[in-house]
Each structure stands twice: as structure tokens, then as C-alpha cells.
Design a protein around this ligand. Sequence first.
Ligand SMILES: Cc1cc2nc3c(=O)[nH]c(=O)nc-3n(C[C@H](O)[C@H](O)[C@H](O)COP(=O)(O)OP(=O)(O)OC[C@H]3O[C@@H](n4cnc5c(N)ncnc54)[C@H](O)[C@@H]3O)c2cc1C
Length: 373
Amino acid sequence: MAAKTRVVIVGGGVLGTMHAVEARRRGFEVVQLEREPEARGASVRNFGLVWVSGRKAGPELSLALRARELWSELGAKVPGLGFRAAGSLTLASSDTELSLLKEAADLPDAQRRGFELLDAAGVRAVNPALRGEFAGGLHCRLDAIVEPRQVLPALRGYLASDGYEWLPGREVTEIVPNAVRDHTGTWHQCDLVILCPGAAHTGIAGRYLAKSGGVRRVRLQMMQTAPLDARVTTALADGDSLRYYPAFDLPGRAALPPQPPAAERARAQLLLVQRADGGLTIGDTHEYAEPFTFDLDEDAYDHLRGRAEALLGVPLPRIQRRWAGVYSEVEPAAAQRALYHRAEVEPGAVLVTGPGGRGMTCSPAIAEETFRC
Ligand SMILES: Cc1cc2nc3c(=O)[nH]c(=O)nc-3n(C[C@H](O)[C@H](O)[C@H](O)COP(=O)(O)OP(=O)(O)OC[C@H]3O[C@@H](n4cnc5c(N)ncnc54)[C@H](O)[C@@H]3O)c2cc1C
């Protein structure tokens, strides 16, 4: 691609914005269109976890590790991301969970992930806010945290220059060779179009995704507390996360007892991150069948609140916010072949979506791969 290449990016979420960062790094002119006045999809509804620990060995781990490097570099340049190399603790509440964590800590790639198995006293030494009951934990030094509600504006501020234009409130409705048209009828000329529509599986991406298949949508429930009067030094996950993350697909997983019914129904796992203002972002649940419920299920929240309080050993501050979010992910059958969906849908137009629950983590490395292809 020549130095004067002009790239139109459709979608103002983290994937679109990381593609804008990568395109500007290569000296290309960028116009980024977002249909909403501000992006309000999965990229601002997530935990802000840059999560290496649970990744499957092989390409998935390599992609996450490369992304972790890129986040760290960006974090140094863009303080507004709130990047912190806080690490994480995955906590075992029983000996069965602890032996599975031990298996993970003994894996050949444990060092690449920064894994260390800790007993309960070791866990408290790393994270003194944990005053509840647990048998031990797996410390992952490489996991990191960003502030999801700040990331997109912070990156756009970093990009603000002659070569970058942000156009919110413009829905792209048509693509032709070397141009896209937005809903106001305005054409945007370019050499390359990158479509990052997130979980919008209809609209502009709809006809391509309908043809190719291979992606689905997943809905999650989340909540956030008022500030906690203690510093939670690491991100936290409970033993239920061992059921969902591929890194823990080890022989000991079969010995895990069933989840409590409310957790099983909601496919819940506890993930907890302290925000820069002291509040705790807590989740999550997983709903796969559409049409998704439009209301929030309180049983799942009761379960997650109970888990968080059991580990922290204190009552949670008042819940200030609850929300649901939807992400796009490659179907489990296609996930054997690809970690996310990328396809040249028209000459000079590339569609990138479907990174699933690892999209915030992997976004900078995915953008890098797009421009290498
Ligand atoms: C609750 C929740 C928690 C999560 N936690 C984490 C986490 O901690 N770590 C992690 O790695 N991942 C996490 N994820 C996954 C991650 O958030 C997503 O994979 C990622 O944000 C996807 O980014 P995106 O840019 O593809 O999508 P989005 O953020 O949905 O952005 C797509 C944007 O495109 C816009 N758009 C669509 N169509 C058009 C059009 N025609 N014209 C113009 N604009 C258009 C939309 O309005 C939207 O703003 C989580 C997801 C959810 C829902």
C-alpha cells in the first residue's frame, strides 16, 4: 500500500479504533465512521481485562501475548487508557479447583503466561483486599486492566491530527469499489475499507455474514458498585471461570462439581475488576440463544454478589449500575480454524469481527494482522 493510502474504517468500537491506530502508525490517512453519537457497544461495556491467563495454548495465546505487548506500549503513550499491569488471581474455593489450578501452573507454557500457584496466605500477600474464604489461587502476572469507558476517546485524542478524521452519527449503508456511503448520502472515497461492525450482524455486514456464516452473538450481564474502601490490587476470577477458559481444559476439569443452579442457568463465572475510581465491575453471564432476553436476571446477580462477598470477606458497596452487553464471536465449530472472523468481502473491503470475549484483549494484535495480510 502506498504512503498516501486512505482508509475508511466503519465502526467506532475497539476493533475499529485499533485499526485506526495501526493505519496511522503506517502513515495512512484515516476516516472513521460510527453510527452512534459515541460508540456504546461491547467495547465500552466490558471489564477492560487484557486477559492472557485463560487463553488456549498455541495461536490464541500468541495473539494475546502480542496484544499484551501492544497494550503496554500504548499505555505508556496514552495515559487515558488507564493501562495497569495489575495481574490477576484466579481463586480456588475447593481442593478440586486447587488441583486444576496446579495442573495449569505445571503446564509447559506456564512461564509465558506468568503463572504462579499460591496458597491462601500467598494470595493475601499479593492482594490484601481478599479477606474471605479460599483454598489458594493462580497468580497470572501478565494479565492487565484498562478503563473501557475511557479507551476509545483516549485513543481518538492520541490520533487527533491532520491524518485522522472521526465522524460519529454516520451509519454506513453501502460499499462500492473505493468508496462507502453513509446514511446521509455522503460518499467517502478511499483505497481500503475496514468494516468493524461488532455484533451488528445485520446492516452493512449482514449480507456478507449471512453468506459466510460462522459467527454468533453472545449476551452478558454486568454490574458496577460504588467505590470500595480498599484497593483490590489484581483482577479476580473465581473457580467457575475454570469451566469456561480453554487454558483450563485439563484432566482435572472433569472432576469439578456442578455449579449452583442459578449460576449454571446463567452460565455465570465471577470476574471482578476495580475501576480507577474504586468501584468494582462485576460479571458475567453467557446467553447464546436468540432472541435474547431484554431484561436483567436478578438471580444471576445474587449469585455473583454472593461469590464476590465470599472472596473479599466484606459486604459489597451498593450496586450503582447494571447493564447487558452483546459481543460477536466465531461459532465454536469455526473456532478451530480461526480466532476471529476476517474476510475480504468486496475488492478492497475487509470485514473484521467475531473475536468474542477476547476482543478487548486481542484488538491491537488483530489490527496488526489485518494490515499484514
Ligand atoms: C459484557 C462484556 C464484557 C466483556 N469483557 C471483555 C474483557 O474484559 N476483555 C476482553 O478482551 N473482551 C471482553 N469482551 C469482548 C469485547 O468487548 C468485544 O470483543 C469487543 O469490544 C468487540 O469490539 P468491536 O469493535 O468489534 O465491537 P463494538 O464495540 O460493538 O463496536 C462496533 C461498533 O460499530 C458500530 N457500527 C455497526 N455498524 C455500523 C455501520 N453500518 N456504520 C457505522 N458504525 C457501525 C456500532 O455502533 C459499534 O459502536 C466483553 C464483551 C462484553 C459484551
